[in-house]
Design a protein around this ligand. Structure first.
Ligand SMILES: NC(=O)c1ccc[n+]([C@@H]2O[C@H](COP(=O)([O-])OP(=O)(O)OC[C@H]3O[C@@H](n4cnc5c(N)ncnc54)[C@H](O)[C@@H]3O)[C@@H](O)[C@H]2O)c1
Length: 325
């Protein structure tokens, strides 16, 4: 049975991925690496993986990838590894402007520690969570993977650097490196700093939601199980040794429409506080997903309203932990 390493596995996308990997491949082994980075409460991350901890095929490794060398990793992980799925990162555009060095340390040096480990252990398959933010300033919508990249935040720049680091290791050390440019993921366990989660929490608490700009900025919101299906297909992909692939939904939804859809789903109106657009944010993201369809058979299934309804169901079911944090 295969053995996969999932880094950032206690986080939003990682915990959803691990559950789906176990569902799709009973008997596989997963080593989950996470350091419960304080970007949002460790309580939430512990909660995300609570059901997994008793599974004998699940092994949790508490480890900071930014400060753990390949040799140290090799001492801790002695069994053969079939693939690494690297999702651990300092996420978030705005906080990266406040603390750029930490983003560099985790998102670039942390990735390189893991690539060195893959090189040492001869692990062929390496899937990397890149981001739509690498496109930056670019109005050729929908974005294709071969666009010129002009990132506008330290976070985005570290993701672009990660893609290039992967290219180097794929060329020099025979590692298959698949970078997936993820477009705004949402769904159960969504990070509390992201719009849909933040908005629903504020509306339920009768607090105002912050709308940056006039509501016309738009995002290609992608339901987490669709992202996870793309990641799982990338783990199996073996036609070439380096690819960059968009994982989006191919719909760009304006912020005003997002808020209206949330109001419809939860049956309550938002109090909107309008503030100027934020530095580091781009005004629109919109994925061309032709390449993902062709190479990975990727076919996103969830529309915005259906996806928000599923997130809201998860939110209500887990209100205790979600509202406490
Ligand atoms: N959620 C999105 O919309 C989105 C969009 C584009 C790209 N991404 C990328 O996808 C990946 C997963 O994102 P997410 O939304 O699940 O974020 P998340 O913050 O929920 O998950 C990331 C996990 O990585 C862990 N981590 C951080 N630093 C670490 C370190 N030094 N060592 C070990 N573990 C560490 C965190 O504790 C966390 O559990 C990230 O790489 C992110 O940049 C996410």
């Amino acid at each position: 049975m295969p053995h996969y390493i999932v880094t950032g596995g206690a986080g939003f996308i990682g915990s959803n991925l691990i559950k789906d990997l176990f569902r799709a491949n009973p008997g596989i082994k997963i080593t989950c690496i996470d350091n419960f980075d304080p970007f949002y409460p460790a309580d939430i991350k512990q909660f995300n993986i609570r059901e997994l901890k008793d599974d004998p095929h699940f092994h949790f490794l508490y480890c900071d990838l930014a400060t753990t060398s390949a040799n140290e990793l090799a001492e801790m992980i002695t069994e053969p590894v079939d693939a690494i799925i690297h999702l651990a990162a300092k996420a978030g555009v705005r906080p990266s402007i406040q603390n750029p060095m930490a983003y560099q340390q985790v998102n670039v040096i942390g990735l390189q520690n893991l690539l060195e480990f893959a090189k040492q252990k001869k692990i062929k398959q390496f899937v990397f969570a890149s981001s739509s933010s690498v496109y930056g300033i670019n109005d050729h919508f929908p974005w294709k993977e071969n666009e010129t990249l002009l990132p506008v935040s330290p976070y985005a720049m570290t993701k672009q650097a990660g893609e290039m680091l992967g290219h180097v290791y794929s060329k020099l050390f025979d590692i298959r490196f698949i970078a997936l440019r993820i477009f705004t993921a949402y769904g159960p366990a969504q990070r509390p700093d992201l719009a849909i989660h933040k908005f629903i929490k504020a509306i339920l608490r009768d607090e105002p939601i912050t709308m940056y700009g006039d509501g016309s900025t738009s995002r290609d919101y992608t339901f987490v199980s669709d992202i996870v299906s793309g990641i799982m297909a990338a783990v199996k992909y073996d036609k070439t040794d380096f690819e960059i692939i968009n994982l989006g939904n191919n719909y760009s939804i304006p912020l005003k429409e997002l808020i209206k859809t949330i109001e419809e789903v939860i049956g309550k109106q938002a109090i909107i506080e309008q503030l100027p657009e934020q530095a580091g944010d781009v005004s629109k993201t919109f994925a061309d997903i032709t390449k993902a369809k062709t190479l990975l058979g990727y076919d996103p299934q969830t529309n915005l309203k259906g996806g928000i309804a599923k997130f809201y169901e998860w939110f209500k079911k887990n209100e205790d932990i979600v509202l406490r944090n």
